[in-house]
Design a protein around this ligand. Sequence first.
Ligand code: ADP
Ligand code: MG
Length: 572
Amino acid sequence: MNGKPIRVLAPEVAARIAAGEVVERPVSVVRELLDNAIDAGSGRIAVEIEGGGIAMIRVVDDGRGIAPGDAELAFERHATSKISEVGDLSGVATLGFRGEALPSIAAAADVDVVTRASDEPMGVQLQVVEGRVSRRRARSAPTGTSMAVLELFARLPARRKFLGSATKETRAIVTLLSHYALAYPSIAFKFVNNSRTGMQTPGDGEPRHAFAAVFGTEVAERMLPVDHQLEEVHVIGLAAPPDVTRGNRSGISVFVNRRWIQSRSLGFVVVDAYKSLLPSGRYPLVSILVDLPLSEVDVNVHPAKAEVRFQDERMVAHAIRQGIALAVGESPPATWDMTPGPGVAAQPALSLRERLMPAAGGSSPSFLPPSGLSAEAQLSQREALPLLRLVGQMAATFIVCEGPDGMYLVDQHAAHERILFDRLMAAPSADPSVQPLLEPALLELEPGLAVTASEYRAELEAVGLALESFGERSFLVRSVPSSMAARDPAGEVRAIIEDLAAGRTKDEGRARAAASIACHSSVRAGMAMASEEMRRLLEDLEATDSPRTCPHGRPTTVQVSRESIERQFGRR
Ligand code: ADP
Ligand code: MG
């Protein structure tokens, strides 16, 4: 038979298997190294990555360092300085406590450590190769620790294959760092991506300054303070007024006892606190710290520390909901001085509102550009619309028509989206439907969105939206498709980039960009339209390749047959 003898796995094999639990992606390594730096009492932490963190991650801190005699031990499984007995687990005050991160990382990549404890004259450098310390030497170094993780999963090609693109991994790391920056305003964070400095926070202890470094000064100025105590639960932080929203939940940041929690239920509570104040599909910007007695929280439930268990989750939810509702309900005027603390990255001194484009032409915008498409409609693929006679508009949203068999309702937004989408996909970038902006609009993006914007630059430009990079996270909108010309370009472009960041496959980049632009420049539901405009919309829809669906696949047209109407009137 082909049976092989059963053996206990060799330690180095076992180490690799277990590594999967803690270290899945570059961002998990960054999180563990950040946690260690924070636990070491650091005031400054620099995170440097190359190639999405796959090629290199280096975290440098100015914390208390590792004593020379302990350096090797730190890489042993379950070696930790943070707890010593089982009882300690019910009151963990540090972020780490399992002693698993460093050995797991060392099993997944080579690590280069330089550390110097504060009471030592010299530092020590260790090179850890294949999970073992291969070289050790004394070295002069500043107090603190530098950990470099090189070529993650190079020895584990199966795992490496499952990593996303460098851009995707970078985005995850930027998101993580943004959240940490918000929760630790007293720490000065610096992020360097492929030798270029990205986000930088002042570390002056002022949450609003940290917030400004992540989301921009304009939004930071408008954030409302949250400070609420319910029994033993204290909720503190910043919540956006309801008109400052995002297209997804990425602007919601919840930390429990300074631990980042990615809990769906708490995220839901945050959104719920705004009740009906938010338009549907929009999410708030909220950054809150929830503090409660250590004994009320069990942190030992998730291998990557992403979740915790509360003694009384309802009380926590209640405190969050009340705290946000109070802050948002009262809306005190923003009278906060935005002078950045020392070391904060310079923000362009521009008033965004001043730079926004006035509506083109000044008069009330007609959202339908001139007709006359070159629709070389492939008749075979096309399920044509029948000839429709305009009857009127309903609920400022649906165009009511009469057709050969009954009543047709056309969703004006979906129909316009289809028209614009086809036009954008057909037009080369030199097409006259591109509208250059006389005065470019300034777009300030948070780091994650800035990555998406750069990533989609070519695709957006191909459909008429030209962005020029302008500082770390700012872009100038140079031109827009003419269908968008009458709108607030910065606001619309931000919404488009949020769309692109939300869910995405790279291979159909241009179509995604076009669909998003079409969505953000088409006539909205709730807009009254003149008969002439509705007639032209119907004509243009009729001329598209797939008049019956919008680019997202939803129907543009619903038919109610004459027969069913007659039946309801008892005529049949
Ligand atoms: P844990 O954080 O759960 O204790 P780790 O494997 O992450 O386990 O780290 C092991 C030990 O190494 C820590 O308990 C700590 O004593 C030490 N250590 C790791 N990183 C640092 C750092 N940046 N500064 C100081 N000490 C560190
Ligand atoms: Mg740790």
